[in-house]
Design a protein around this ligand. Structure first.
Ligand code: ATP
Ligand code: MG
Length: 415
């Protein structure tokens, strides 16, 4: 029979890939806890309305990337393409809109029907953080500082740059929107077909276009700065001051718009030049209208998400496989003692693996292959005396030791 293949755009995480992935998640989880963020897990699928209501009909995600299906009961469901909408839905469903602030960390798979390439998959994984409740720019700065701290803890601070922009409030944006429509309408013929179609409906989307033709026009398009209301401007000033206070360096980039419609005011991306076209590793912004879109009260919030695959690719050093102690019985009579040693070591917190097959040479080869630092070799006669041979596989040295001293000896030597 023909061997089955993984679905296009999905990947198996095995060995080093899985270790890199887990290291990113564990590091982020640890730093998020330092900032007082609690981890939430929301379902991987939601009613389609959770996403279609909030992300915007003309966003790439809603218009062409969602995995939507009708289930056996006739409900119209979607595999989550991002994490924020589900967190806001959960905030409302669980009656937490009156217990603010909520500081949420999450990690898990997301699904988008995109053209697979390096750093872009159909099932990918994100870590993310949402700070729901405060509207002060210091909260934006704190959420961004958390992202910067995680990148730093991963050793990626030097490889990424924070680019920052404001999208203003609704009033600023509608003035800017009118200016953009005016600008692009005069140059309609030079726009990509897709952008011509979105010109009237959502001209901001053109700024996020990946088409080179569009990008050439975008370079001279009107900037939001000229259209900011007084309040929007004061938040923008406050944000930059607060980021200085947190010691987070940034570069202003007036071209940043986010791919989803729910953002206002703060928008930011940590970018790298080491991943080609897929250079954005962590991105987010303020989304003051999203909780209300889910049927909750008007609730300010700021958050971000980062692609775990992209972060994993940037890690300089793959986390090493943990080393184990190999337990090698010689002869049937040593089997029972070997199992006893194995379980005693594991209960003492020492990773230990049983070697089942082959002669001593084969078993030592296998011990080296799994990266064992030590082997405990148990002969029948020795086991009866309560002793074993402890072999240091790095040094090649060997000594007889009392079995009951093994946990203490290996606990300190095997770290
Ligand atoms: P892009 O412009 O690269 O398509 P986006 O604006 O669609 O990104 P967001 O929705 O902001 O991305 O998601 C946040 C992060 O999640 C991205 O910066 C990226 O690191 C990661 N990401 C998004 N889509 C994918 C994907 N298909 N495969 C892998 N990672 C992804
Ligand atoms: Mg995208």
């Amino acid at each position: 029979m023909e061997a089955l293949q993984p679905v296009r755009g999905t990947r198996d995480l095995i060995g080093e890939d899985q270790r890199r992935h887990a290291y990113v998640v564990e590091t982020a989880r640890r730093i998020a806890a330092l900032y007082g963020f609690d981890e939430w897990s929301t379902p991987i699928f939601e009613d389609t309305g959770v996403f279609s209501r909030s992300l915007g009909d003309t966003s790439d995600v809603v218009s062409k990337e969602m995995y939507s299906f009708t289930d056996r009961g006739g409900d119209f469901l979607t595999l989550r393409p991002e994490g924020t909408a589900g967190v806001c839905r959960a905030l409302v469903s669980n009656g937490l809109t009156q217990s603010l602030p909520q500081k949420v960390f999450y990690a898990g798979p997301m699904f988008r029907y995109e053209r697979p390439q390096k750093g872009r998959y159909r099932q990918f994984h994100q870590i993310g953080a949402e700070l729901i409740g405060p509207s002060e720019p210091a909260a934006d700065a704190e959420a961004i500082a958390l992202g910067a701290h995680i990148l730093d803890a991963l050793g990626l601070a030097g490889q990424t740059v924070l680019e920052l922009n404001t999208l203003g409030d609704l009033e600023s944006r509608s003035a800017w929107r009118a200016a953009l429509i005016g600008y692009f309408a005069e140059r309609r013929d030079a726009l990509s077909e897709e952008s011509q179609a979105r010109l009237e409906r959502n001209p901001l989307r053109i700024l996020d276009s990946k088409s080179p033709a569009d990008q050439a026009l975008v370079a001279d398009a009107p900037l939001i700065g000229a259209y900011l209301t007084e309040r929007a401007r004061s938040l923008w000033d406050g944000l930059r001051t607060a980021l200085d206070g947190f010691g987070v360096p940034f570069r202003e980039n007036p071209r940043i718009v986010r791919g989803l419609d729910y953002y206002s005011h703060t928008a930011f991306e940590f970018v790298t030049d080491r991943l080609g076209a897929q250079g954005t590793v962590l991105a987010g912004g303020r989304y003051d209208g999203l909780v209300a879109d889910m049927g909750g009260p008007q609730t300010p919030a700021i958050g971000w998400a980062a692609g775990i695959e992209r972060l994993s690719m940037l890690l300089e050093n793959a986390p090493a496989a943990p080393s184990a102690v190999a337990v090698i019985p010689i002869g049937e009579g040593a089997q029972a003692s070997a199992i006893l040693v194995l379980q005693t070591l594991r209960r003492a917190g020492i990773r230990a693996e049983m070697s089942y097959r082959g002669n001593l040479k084969r078993r030592l080869e296998r011990a080296n292959k799994i990266g064992a630092g030590f082997a405990v070799i148990l002969g029948e006669e020795e086991a009866a005396r309560g002793v074993a041979q402890l072999k240091d596989l790095g040094q090649g040295t060997q000594q007889e030791v009392a079995i009951d001293r093994l946990p203490a000896m290996l606990g300190t030597r095997n770290d």
